[in-house]
Unconditional design. Structure first.
Length: 183
């Protein structure tokens, strides 16, 4: 099934999405990779402020390249999601409802997704220039010293993604083509 979703509605929609669904996201998505995740979790442990409200948020595992003149963003392809697995359960338990990246996730992440009604989507690797076209605005919101890996607030329009793992235990990585045939 295909869904056109506003990211403001993700927390409500995520538990209904199933592996194999395609999604076009419009709204706010934050970028963060492993170095930023480490800092976010450290801030959580210290009781400090977070760079953005995790409740109902979507994080895209990406480190966009600098924009060329006249562009909002450079290439913006997904990075390997497994590198965020040590941090993801903590963020999911704090309200994160959507993660976007590429590659399989571990059991602890799947369990945290089920516990919290969250979803994991994949973006097509190697299509960073295409994905960049969905980004309409960019603002660095934290950890500017990390360069391309700083936390950025992206305003996206029709950002293409595929639900790879859902909170009901569905997984394209495990079920493969069978999940698509059910659609």
């Amino acid at each position: 099934m295909h869904y056109d979703l506003n990211t403001a509605d993700l927390q409500e929609a995520a538990p209904k999405l199933r592996a194999g669904d395609t999604v076009s996201l419009t709204g706010t998505v934050y970028t963060a990779r492993d170095a930023a995740h480490k800092r976010i979790v450290a801030a959580m442990e210290a009781g400090g402020p977070l760079p953005f409200d995790l409740r109902g948020a979507a994080i895209y595992y990406a480190g966009p390249t600098p924009a060329k003149p006249g562009q909002v963003i450079g290439s913006c392809g997904p990075t390997t999601s497994g590198r965020m697995d040590p941090f993801a359960p903590r963020l999911l338990d704090a309200g994160l409802c959507c993660m976007i990246g590429k590659g399989v996730r571990g059991d602890a992440v799947a369990e945290a997704m089920a516990r919290n009604g969250a979803v994991y989507m994949v973006a097509v690797g190697g299509a960073g220039a295409l994905i960049a076209g969905a980004v309409k605005a960019l603002e660095v919101v934290a950890y500017d010293d990390l360069g391309c890996e700083s936390v950025k607030r992206l305003t996206v329009e029709n950002f293409p993604a595929i639900v790879a793992m859902d909170c009901a235990g569905g997984s394209l990585y495990r079920d493969g083509a069978a999940a698509w045939k059910e659609k």
